[in-house]
Design a protein around this ligand. Sequence first.
Ligand code: CA
Length: 698
Amino acid sequence: MRLLLLLYLITMYACSPDPVADKIKHVQSVTEQVSDQALINASGATGDWITHGLNYYEDRYSELAQINHENVDSLGLAWTLELGTRRGIEATPLVVDGIMFLTGPWSIVYAVDARTGELIWKYNPEVPGRFGPNACCDVVNRGAALYEGDVFAGTIDGRLLSIDAGTGDLNWEIYTVDTTKYYTITGAPRVVKGKVIIGNGGAEYGVRGYVSAYDAKSGILDWRFYTVPGDPAEPFENAAMEKAASTWNGEWWKYGGGGTAWDAMAYDPDLDLLYVGTGNGSPWNRQYRSPDGGDNLYLCSILALDPDDGSLKWHYQTTPGETWDYTSTQHILLADIEIKGEQRKVLMQAPKNGFFYVLDRESGELLSADPYVYVNWASHVDIETGRPVENDFSRYENVNAWISPNYFGGHNWQPMAYSPETGLVYIPAMSNSHLYGTNPNWEYGKTGFSVSTGWNTGTGFDPSKSIKQDSLAPQESKGMLMAWDPVEGEMKWSVAHAYRWNAGVMATAGGLVFQGNAEGKFAAFRSENGEKVWEASVGSGVIASPVTYLVDGKQYLSIAVGWGGASGQSSKVTETVYPGIIYTFTIGGTASPPEYPEIPPKVLISGNITVDQDSISIGQGLYSQNCGRCHGAVGGGGGALPDLAYSSDRIHENFKYITEGSFESLGMPSFKNKLTSEEIHLIQQYIFNVAKELQDKS
Ligand code: CA
């Protein structure tokens, strides 16, 4: 009997196909096609989306036009996939031959059948929750890279993963950072000539930025380029660091220096140059970082590196001596365009500082820099010197000053797109301002906004100094989709959004620009004039960029929806924030919308107030120092993370345990040894008081 069963099993195994093994083989064989040559040839014309920005130019312009401005109103749902995550999703999916790869919150990687939306595999790198607060701006991840059958992704705790694209098994993983420091990885790796290029973040927390290249097969470190100099008592790593050190003074290395390369990269295969954008100073305030001034190279710069050895070929610093968190980590986009009758190879960027830069990407020469939003920190950029001309109040040294843009920037990480048809760059832009001042009592690691969670900028308000107003500076922060003419240096059209924090952009040959927004809508606009021609509801606010691709000759459109990120973790526009979902659309799609989980109605917490008003205001100060950055304003915040005015009785009954680390696996840090139980009590009293006031008002 046993023998018969064995014979039966052998026959079954030998004769019938194994669908799992077949699927693994299929995914392996399609992803093995992602070679150096395939990456060089990547474009929307191939019907795939195999690298972060669609191609090495990162233009996010698809040549697919089956979906176009004439039939876009017949777009319908093809499928949706619930990811079961509850934090921000900033990732651009990759698609090759009907297989999609996506990263989600906590650096989880997914492989999905793009025909059906079926999950093929999921790889969870099990990032310990205690690393969550190291991320300034939510536990997000902006995407993966593909190369010769493997998937690469960074993690919140600073690892670089190589995963077998077919099986979803780990090939190798390597820590790219010193985990005792506040480093994180949220950016997508890029693969150039068999090397996986990855940066990191953490410039709000006192780290020294760098970008690294690892061998794609072995995971061995090939080269590393630091973006700011270290302790000058130690030997400099290279000539670029020695040069950079002459633009710093004081003891900057003790505060890390910053300059983290946490997002933008692009590659020109003809020039063989890798472009990397660098971040803000650590701390933000230059008066503390480099007290006698200086440009502080290579903060807030665009670096052109040799991808073979990481050596610096040229740099352009958008914000010399930065002191406002004006990162140049924003999307770097390459294009070949005609300027003044001459065909130029350009690099374009709309960094946080509000100027739109066009550089010659071979030499780094500045061709133009025009303000794309209201800017008052500099009157203009001098084309001859390539330097901004600052206003006397801009550095808030002798005054507290309203400065535009603010630390969210005129544009943040949300990707732009460039259409060669219209010649326009589409920018998810923001108008805003902030009252910058110096924290007069700053002491490294001891004082400052949210310092108990590591955040340490040296900025604040100096009550001994006056306030410099600017009636033109936007008081309310607003978002918009903007079409920018990089040749004329002017805006062609813009569409206003209800809220500042919206999604990344994609343009197509169908004459369309696609963008999601904070109101839970995903929409298409005519690329020539901004007319809205289609809109779908997707439940929660959107921050990620969409992609488009062909499957079996049919064009699809996918967007990963998961509200969160820098602004979205602590505030929202939609009433409810649902768990992450991938939405995929096609012409004539008839799939049913996802079934959203039922969310219990919001109920204000009520608790006994046992302290006087003065103590409540101390509680308010402690709240904003320790809790506000993630949870937002009590009674008016709560995005990806809860608004504590509406927490359940159970949460508030266990408040002490939660603040001492019982929710650490969710990313809620322990404040043990940072806050006394009396201070925690005062924070809670403040929350109760706000809830009571809201109750009285209603
Ligand atoms: Ca920053």
